[in-house]
Design a protein around this ligand. Structure first.
Ligand code: AMP
Ligand code: MG
Length: 411
């Protein structure tokens, strides 16, 4: 039996990143970018107004105050999207909207809140403006290139594309982008007791929930599940179904990898040409895990118990899929939390205990989610983290700090 760390090292050493594909901008959300992105021009392209107000020469308004407003003649109205052809001269102002390029001659923008329009004596409405407050030179002007300069590398190969990156890609004019391919992950559940979610149940049958938790975990990583269905505990049936999965990038089987009389999965995988890398990991839950490769493709024989299956996936399959998709960060965030109750365990194995994490008065606390049997799926439903207790430890007292892998992005 090997340790969790050894198992992970061995697995990851067999995982190669997939190739690339082009996708449209919005479809790139959540994907890993496969190219460096450079800006072809400055953003914003020109100096422009950060406020609705008046473009002025700072020299003209430097002494403005409530008691001594400065009066300027308004010579033009400038909305965003238009450039002025005029050059601002002494004593003049141009009404300017947020985003409009700053006209020649102007060097400062006065917000509309600091001004008041006035009619001139010829009753020509709004031809003048009173400025009630001076500004610093250059104030309220966004400089050309202040966001991005031409030639800047704005997104790095290997970055995850989030809404901000989508916006940046749009800003630099990329409607299509190269991203890492998503692995196709074939999933087979085995067991005479299993029926599909809408199948006929009787007292001895159970629904193959693993088909769906595994499918969901695959999707949650950004990979593509391929359901091979359910195989009864017969070598030929398992072999036939698994053979259909070999064309996928990753093959996952669930159950039948233990030492029971009907646990045929390992034998069948070997018959199909799998080179077994290891079987059994010193962890709980999830000890009976088989890993190997068929034609270089990773094959995971996961344990059947619903919690063991989920946790084995979390620890080993998820980082593998993320690596295939070019992610730089393969692991969940780990925090330290104060344990609210005592935990006892056997030494020699790493425990993954389902926990509920809260943030109170500037620190994290964690409680277990109750009954921790490997068939208690509700312990996962209630959990937002996995408490990791190292191999050598026998107990942790209430009040001590433990490491917790965060399963949710929000707490
Ligand atoms: P096994 O590894 O075949 O001994 O299965 C261990 C336990 O997991 C048994 O109680 C099975 O009924 C249960 N189990 C196996 N496969 C599934 C599945 N697809 N969905 C839910 N439970 C399962
Ligand atoms: Mg079984």
């Amino acid at each position: 039996m090997i340790s969790v760390d050894e198992a992970l090292d061995k697995i990851l050493s067999h995982i190669r990143p997939l190739g690339f594909e082009k996708v449209s901008l919005l479809d790139s959300l959540g994907r890993v970018i496969a190219e460096d992105i450079y800006a072809g021009r400055n953003i914003p392209p020109l100096d422009n107004s950060a406020m609705d107000g008046y473009a002025v020469r700072w020299e003209d308004i430097r002494d403005a105050s409530q008691d001594h407003p400065i009066r300027l003649e308004v010579i033009e109205d400038l909305p965003a999207g238009f450039a002025s052809t005029r050059t601002l001269e002494k004593g003049k102002a141009i009404r300017i909207m947020t985003g409009a390029p700053v006209p020649k001659g102007a060097d400062t923008v006065i917000p509309v809140e600091e001004s008041k329009k006035v009619a001139d004596l010829n009753l020509q409405e709004d031809r003048f403006v009173l400025i009630f407050k001076a500004a610093a030179p250059g104030e309220n002007i966004r400089k050309s290139g202040e966001d991005v300069k031409q030639g800047d590398r704005v997104i790095f190969k290997g970055d995850m594309i989030r809404p901000a990156e989508v916006g940046m890609l749009a800003s630099v004019g990329r409607s299509f982008v190269s991203v890492s391919q998503r692995p196709l992950v074939a999933i087979l559940c085995t067991g005479d007791e299993l029926v599909d979610v809408d199948g006929d149940l009787d007292e001895v049958k159970i629904i193959s929930s693993n088909s769906y938790t595994l499918g969901a975990q695959v999707k949650d990583c950004g990979a593509i599940p391929l359901q091979l269905g359910i195989a009864r505990d017969r070598k030929e049936e398992i072999a036939e179904k698994l053979r259909q999965g070999i064309r996928a990038d990753v093959l996952i089987s669930s159950a039948g990898v233990s030492v029971g009389d009907y646990d045929f999965v390992k034998d069948v995988l070997k018959d199909l040409g799998m080179e077994m890398v290891f079987w059994k990991v010193a962890m709980r839950p999830g000890q009976p895990l088989a890993f190997g490769t068929i034609e270089g493709k990773p094959v995971f024989g996961l344990p059947g118990n619903p919690v063991s299956s989920m946790i084995s996936f979390e620890q080993f399959v998820r980082p593998s899929l993320l690596k295939m998709m070019g992610h730089r960060r393969l692991f969940r965030p780990v925090i330290e939390a104060v344990l609210k109750e005592e935990i006892r365990k056997m030494t020699g194995r790493r425990y993954f205990i389902r926990g509920s994490v809260t943030f109170e008065e500037n620190q994290y606390f964690v409680t277990t989610t109750g009954e921790q049997g490997s068939g208690i799926l509700r312990s996962m439903v209630r959990a937002n983290g996995l408490i990791v207790i190292p191999e050598g430890q026998e107990m942790v007292r209430a009040g001590e700090r433990v490491k917790v892998q965060l399963l949710d992005r929000s707490l």
